[in-house]
Write a protein of this length. Structure first.
Length: 251
């Protein structure tokens, strides 16, 4: 893998003062978590996930929607951080130890980055592990798998919904504000395991470029932005990132 990582990228990584990393479903897929667009299996094979991940679907049939999210939670519960997650956590520690800035933004909802040791992760799409009452809006972490009832209930009696962003909903304002601030200040931007076609995340690379940041893509296949970045590396994040960190920070 080392021959696929240009020396110029390693040099840029070692001198970057403000590093921003965006991760997508491809990183979680290497831990065995199906991507949102993968064909569903078993009892869920007849469903379209895009038809379940909406406020209207939950209002119409909260039991079915909750059971589907519980099925996803069960897959996340047994998944472990892969070498890509661990390498990013190691990279953050190394960068911050030198007094430089590191921001990790993820489109994933499984919290495997946190399990690997990453800190202050910006979760653009929320997480499967926090649920919110539709009546009183109180949020709480829900680690019980599976749920005892569908949907689970709040102390006030209201139904709990997953703390993820559904189709038709806006991304959290605080997460977006932190993201754009980091993008405007960064000098090196990585897009890892993401198709780069879903907005607003698809615009992040362009924002970074507009502020003169060097840009990197790591993905198993080419995407619409592959020709725009300074370095496009085809390969699995779990192979590429550990090698990149080793070359940049080997004693």
């Amino acid at each position: 893998m080392s021959t696929l990582i240009p020396d110029a990228l390693i040099a840029s990584l070692k001198t970057s003062q403000a590093l921003v990393v965006l991760t997508g479903a491809g990183v979680s897929a290497e831990s065995g978590i199906p991507t949102f667009r993968d064909a569903m299996e078993g009892l869920w094979a007849k469903y379209d996930p895009a038809q379940l991940a909406t406020p209207e679907a939950f209002e119409r049939d909260p039991e079915t929607v909750t059971r589907w999210y519980d099925w996803r939670r069960e897959k996340c519960a047994v998944a472990k951080p892969n070498p890509a997650h661990l390498a990013l956590a190691e990279l953050q520690r190394a960068v911050e130890k030198e007094g430089r800035s590191f921001t990790l933004i993820t489109q994933n909802v499984d919290r495997l980055h946190q399990a690997a040791g990453s800190r202050s992760v910006i979760e653009l799409h929320g997480t499967l592990w926090v649920w919110r009452c539709i009546r009183c809006c109180q949020e709480r972490e829900e680690r019980q798998v599976p749920f005892a009832q569908y949907p689970p209930k709040c102390a006030c009696g209201g139904n709990l919904r997953p703390g993820v962003i559904w189709f038709g909903e806006s991304l959290p304002e605080e997460a977006l504000n932190k993201t754009y601030q980091a993008l405007e200040e960064c000098d090196l931007f990585f897009a890892i395991g993401t198709s780069a076609v879903v907005q607003p995340a698809a615009s992040f690379l362009h924002v970074a470029r507009q502020h003169n940041a060097k840009t990197v893509e790591i993905n198993v296949a080419s995407t619409p932005v592959s020709r725009l970045v300074d370095w496009s590396i085809l390969g699995h994040a779990g192979e590429t990132l550990p090698e990149l960190v080793r070359r940049a920070y080997a004693a």
